[in-house]
Design a protein around this ligand. Structure first.
Ligand SMILES: *Cc1c(COP(=O)(O)O)cnc(C)c1O
Length: 454
């Protein structure tokens, strides 16, 4: 099947006149400067093949590449752009802030303003600390958990991504719950050995890990809406189980909400499921497209952070005024009445249509979604809740689909394990146009006629 799809695709690609000269030239140059030609690995298109597109500009739900071609963008910078590109309120806030100076290394009013907006509208944290990336937020949250509990170990779940923090760039060994094996060179075994990796959606595995090491475990960290390895939606009941078992053993529960925060609702997955973790990490949307991360918790826990407490954490550009202004402008829009309902409704209509198409055409394809996050899975399965349920071979289909969609003017993140995002700039009309193009692309990939489908 895949080989056949690929052959069809080559035929299709030849019949298109997509321009790549500028992107190709820029990529050739970039390869002289950066490892793999990029400043973050997934951008290199290794898993879909071909040259990464270099972008010139974005506006609303569209982006333009260096060759002047326009795409409907479902990557949205991997999540931060919940209002789409170049939103006037965010742009104006950034421009105004720049006029006052870009960095002081001293407190500014803008940090208070963003913090107030968040804390007044998110009952799951009482204090916050701003950093400059999601990775930094997670790294600091882990240190905080260790500082508060005085314990060394951390439990993470296979299939959750938490940035490139040493202790969390680990994968499971063989067995139900095991000490991590580093998934990157440069991470000492001693560091990987401080992390226990368990499968998602498996109560027994977590119970075993906790009963073996309870008094040494500082934290259990999870993406409550795992969205970095497909979209592995957990049940509320499972997340409540995590809350209960960690509380019983004095272990802190960390929700890594770098994607889900301000995405499935203003108070993220904590609010969506109404579960109160001990520490929450944020990133992506919180910065309005500028580099911001944050972690928050109760007053009692946050008091452990320097200079109040003895857990050291600092940043030259933390709370950067331009970034704070961008974040505040974006989050203020998210607080408009019905913002999240509207996001979810438009996404559901889009996803529902694609799923009905796949069923009607009997394609092994299903879109999983929550709020305005969606994931294209090449499967006939009803539910996928852990990473071992994803068939690696299905990525062949994604690769083929990605190519066809680029030809037709739709940009998805270049990996089948990545989710897509709908922004407020993706109107019903745009989503309906996109759905039509995706249906035709699916038909091409699976070599079926879309005729007879409304
Ligand atoms: C993106 C992401 C991170 C890392 O954030 P960066 O800003 O890329 O460092 C951490 N956790 C989750 C859940 C993420 O999606």
């Amino acid at each position: 099947f895949p080989t056949f799809a690929t052959a069809r695709l080559l035929h299709f690609a030849r019949s298109c006149n997509m321009q790549r000269q500028q992107s190709e030239a820029l990529f050739e140059e970039a390869k002289r400067y950066f490892p793999g030609g990029v400043n973050s690995p997934v951008r290199a298109f290794r898993s879909v093949g071909g040259t990464p597109l270099f972008f010139e500009k974005g506006d609303g739900c569209h982006v333009w590449d260096a060759d002047g071609q326009r795409y409907i963008d479902f990557c949205c910078s991997w999540g931060p752009l919940i209002l789409g590109h170049n939103h006037p309120k965010v742009r104006e806030a950034i421009v105004d802030a720049v006029g006052l100076g870009t960095s002081f290394g001293a407190p500014t009013r803008k940090e208070n303003e963003l913090a107030r907006l968040i804390l007044d509208n998110n009952p799951y944290i009482e204090m916050i600390r701003f950093v400059s990336s999601g990775t930094e937020a997670v790294m600091s949250a882990i240190r905080l958990a260790r500082g508060v509990t005085g314990r060394p170990l951390v439990i993470k779940f296979e299939g959750c991504y938490h940035g490139h923090v040493d202790a969390l760039l680990v994968k499971a060994g063989s067995g139900l719950s095991t000490f991590g094996i580093s998934s990157s060179a440069g991470i000492p075994e001693a560091v990987a050995n401080d992390t226990i990796v368990v499968p998602l959606n498996d109560k027994r595995a977590l119970e075993v890990a906790i009963s073996d090491y309870a008094h040494d475990i500082a934290a259990v960290i999870i993406e409550p809406i795992p969205a970095n390895n497909g979209l592995l939606l957990q049940t509320k009941e499972y997340l409540e189980f995590l809350r209960d078992i960690t509380r019983r053993h004095g272990i802190l529960l960390i929700f890594d909400e770098v994607i889900s925060g301000f995405r499935v609702g203003f108070s993220g997955a904590a609010g969506y499921y109404d579960i109160r973790p001990d520490i929450i990490t944020y990133g992506k949307i919180i910065g309005g497209g500028m580099p911001v991360g944050a972690y928050g918790a109760s007053r009692d826990i946050m008091r452990h952070i320097a200079p109040e407490g003895d857990v050291y954490q600092a940043g030259t550009l933390s709370g950067n005024p331009v970034a704070m202004a961008a974040g505040r402008a974006q989050l203020a829009e998210c607080l408009q009445p019905d913002f999240y309902q509207d996001q979810a409704q438009r996404t559901e209509a889009f996803v529902g249509r694609l799923n009905r198409f796949a069923i009607a055409q009997q394609l092994p394809f299903k879109v999983f979604s929550i709020g305005s996050i969606f994931w294209f899975a090449f499967t006939a399965t009803e539910e996928i809740r852990s990473s071992d349920e994803i068939d690696p071979k299905s990525m062949e289909h994604f690769r083929a689909l990605h190519k066809v969609l680029l030809e037709r003017g739709i940009y998805l993140g270049p990996s089948g394990y990545e989710v897509g995002f709908v922004s407020s700039a993706h109107t019903e009309a745009v989503l309906s146009e996109a759905a039509g193009l995706i249906e035709a692309a699916l038909a091409a990939v699976f070599n079926r006629s879309a005729e007879g489908v409304a």
